[in-house]
Ligand binder design. Structure first.
Ligand SMILES: Nc1ncnc2c1ncn2[C@@H]1O[C@H](COP(=O)(O)OP(=O)(O)O)[C@@H](O)[C@H]1O
Ligand SMILES: NC(=O)c1ccc[n+]([C@@H]2O[C@H](COP(=O)(O)O)[C@@H](O)[C@H]2O)c1
Length: 257
């Protein structure tokens, strides 16, 4: 698992991130972050057991084509939502030696079978069972902070909606798309391990994207398609607004029940 996935989101660092990163975003997001800050100083009189029973969770899926901007968007969203967790599918690729080649000699990385999906699911389930201790075990929740009303898990990856057990868990589903030529250009300046061999994009990656997309569309509903050509801040702004609305809805439900 990549070390940058489980960054410590202490309130001091968080305050710094807020000031540095959101100055260009709209007021809505700033207000939202301030409200999250309030969670950190709010006193709580509930027992640990009561708190766990009252925990609300929101699972956000950020899918999309290769180089569509998934990890850029997910990392920014994670920074804006203190005590959120980020799980990235590309941390679960199998070792190169066990990934088979196709009839053209291309390594078949763009399939679910190239990923340790069981391990990924077990991490997601572990967060779902108890987000509080999941954060604590990974040193993401400093002892002095008060738990939020809603815990958010962000799951990002190019095949997250194609794996039915994972797809079933999402409360929100976003899919970033870009045109073929932009995708090819962005991909050509990215270095994977192992690097793409010559002809890999047209001979393997793009045909697999089309196949995986068809499969996804046959099994998934409620996808919000995002235009990955929009400026990064605009994409983030739109998703953040939507996610924050959902968090508010859950909080409201909590207050009225
Ligand atoms: N909205 C955007 N506009 C322009 N470039 C972007 C945008 N989002 C991401 N990028 C760039 O595209 C490349 C791939 O982005 P990344 O987030 O790593 O994609 P993914 O995780 O979907 O593979 C990076 O160089 C990144 O800076
Ligand atoms: N171990 C790795 O991370 C690895 C190795 C080879 C290819 N890839 C590529 O990663 C892509 C998916 O990740 P992105 O959506 O971040 O581009 C796939 O298209 C796959 O071909 C990843």
């Amino acid at each position: 698992m990549r070390s940058d996935q489980w960054r410590n989101r202490g309130s001091t660092e968080h305050g710094g991130v807020v000031e540095k990163d959101v100055h260009e975003l709209n007021l809505h997001i700033i207000c939202r972050v301030i409200r999250f800050d309030q969670f950190h100083i709010r006193a709580t009189f509930c027992s640990e057991e009561t708190q766990r029973a009252e925990m609300k969770t929101l699972v956000v899926g950020v899918g999309g084509m290769t180089n569509g901007g998934k990890s850029t968007l997910s990392k920014s969203l994670h920074q804006l939502l203190p005590t959120s967790c980020l799980i990235a599918q590309d941390s679960y690729f199998k070792e190169d030696s066990v990934v088979p080649v196709d009839h053209n000699g291309f390594k078949q990385y763009d399939r679910l079978s190239a990923l340790h999906m069981d391990t990924m699911m077990s991490d997601v389930h572990s967060w779902q069972r108890d987000p509080e201790s999941f954060l604590r075990q990974r040193d993401l929740n400093p002892a002095e902070t008060t738990p939020p009303d809603v815990y958010v898990l962000i799951v990002e990856g190019f095949l997250i909606f194609n794996h039915r057990p994972l797809n079933d868990l999402f409360d929100k589903r976003y899919f970033l798309e870009i045109p073929y030529d932009v995708c090819k250009r962005r991909r050509s300046s990215r270095v994977y391990t192992p690097p793409d061999p010559p002809g890999y994009f047209d001979g393997y990656v793009w045909p697999m994207y089309l196949k995986n997309r068809r499969e996804m569309e046959s099994m998934v509903s409620g996808l919000v398609i995002l235009d990955g050509l929009q400026p990064k801040d605009e994409v983030l702004d739109a998703v953040c607004k939507d996610v924050c609305q959902e968090i508010e809805r859950l909080e409201e439900k909590d207050r009225t029940s």
